[in-house]
Design a protein around this ligand. Structure first.
Ligand code: RIB
Length: 328
């Protein structure tokens, strides 16, 4: 990653999957057989989607991960290059197959089963051997489709180097306190937040109480992504601040959260870069975070109008044009 140009620098440590997507009118019941309309083989994986999103929206992006030495692995590496992601930290494992995600897709929703394959070999040692990619970044973005010790190591490297860390706790799983404490920002969706905090909030008041309690416990800034209700965080005065989502015609929700996280990291990287250029290393204020989140929510709202986790990624210009149109 070049440290000399104007783009923010983001490192993503995480999964690469080939998505095997079957489109259907409705989800099958357990034990039922239904007909699907098509099978699509598309690049995916939360890590790769997020890396592709960061690059597409303007960051110099380095990805750390692993694929198999097989046809899917080659295609995923090729896709990373096509999307402009630095793939030096993506290794081909000699025996494990490339990870896959089997996705049932309807317009409104999806159901995903992943087989980790080589993602399971993206361990703490692999992260360690690629630590330079993290140390050269301004923001590190991680999710939970690689082993937890690897996530932990990536966060530790970033924290030691003073790099801002964003943990997207997806798919939901129990996380140790020492891992949570290494994240500056944690970005669960509502289901993931309920699993992490143990509170299923029914109202905004309940949500903000639960966020305040959990935030105090883990010490990170929590941003809850709420689908068509937008995304929320707690402001400095404790009030819930929400970037609302525009109404859109949904085609495919796969990867919407990945787009949001990528866009958020690009914006955070830009803020940090600005602060560093001005000689200050300050924190991100409410107004700046809300602005970054509006950009991120708009990016995700565009992504759901298109099919495919990476094919649906909007460009920076598209997000800005949509934001400008909604403001005018
Ligand atoms: O977040 C969407 C992604 O989750 C898909 O691309 C699939 O690979 C699963 O990892």
């Amino acid at each position: 990653m070049s440290q000399h140009n104007q783009n923010p620098r983001v490192a993503v440590a995480g999964s690469l999957n080939m998505d095997l997507v079957i489109s259907m009118e409705r989800m099958p019941e357990a034990g039922e057989t239904i007909s699907g309309s098509a099978l699509h083989t598309l690049p995916g994986g939360k890590g790769a989607n997020q890396a592709a999103g960061c690059a597409r929206m303007g960051a110099d992006t380095a990805m750390i991960g692993r694929v198999g030495k097989d046809a899917f692995g080659g295609q995923l590496l090729e896709q990373m290059r096509r999307m402009g992601v630095n793939d030096a930290g993506i290794g081909e494992h000699r025996s494990a197959p490339t990870g896959i995600a089997s996705i049932y897709h309807t317009k409104e929703d999806n159901c995903i089963v992943i087989v980790a394959g080589a993602n399971g070999e993206c361990d703490a040692d692999w992260i360690e051997s690629n630590r330079a990619a993290i140390e050269e970044a301004q923001v590190l973005l991680v999710q939970l489709e690689i082993p937890l010790p690897a996530v932990q190591r990536a966060l530790e490297i970033a924290r030691a180097a003073g790099i801002v860390t964003v943990l997207n706790p997806a798919p939901a799983r129990e996380l140790p306190q020492e891992l949570l404490e290494l994240a500056d920002y944690i970005t669960p969706n509502e289901t993931e937040f309920a699993a992490l905090s143990g509170v299923s909030a029914e109202t905004e008041a309940e949500l903000s109480d639960a966020m305040a309690a959990w935030q105090a416990k883990v010490g990170s800034r929590v941003i809850v992504t709420r689908g068509s209700a937008g995304s929320s965080f707690l402001g400095e005065d404790g009030g819930l601040l929400t970037a609302s989502a525009p109404k859109v015609e949904v085609v495919d929700t796969t990867g919407a959260g990945d787009t949001l996280n990528a866009a958020l990291c690009v914006k955070l990287g830009e803020l940090i870069q600005k602060q560093q250029a001005g000689g200050e290393a300050g924190s991100v204020g409410d107004a700046e975070l809300l602005d970054a989140l509006r950009f991120a929510v708009q990016a995700a709202s565009l992504a759901v109008t298109r099919f495919g986790a990476q094919d649906g990624l909007p460009s920076r210009e598209e997000v800005e044009a949509a934001l400008a149109a909604s403001a005018g």
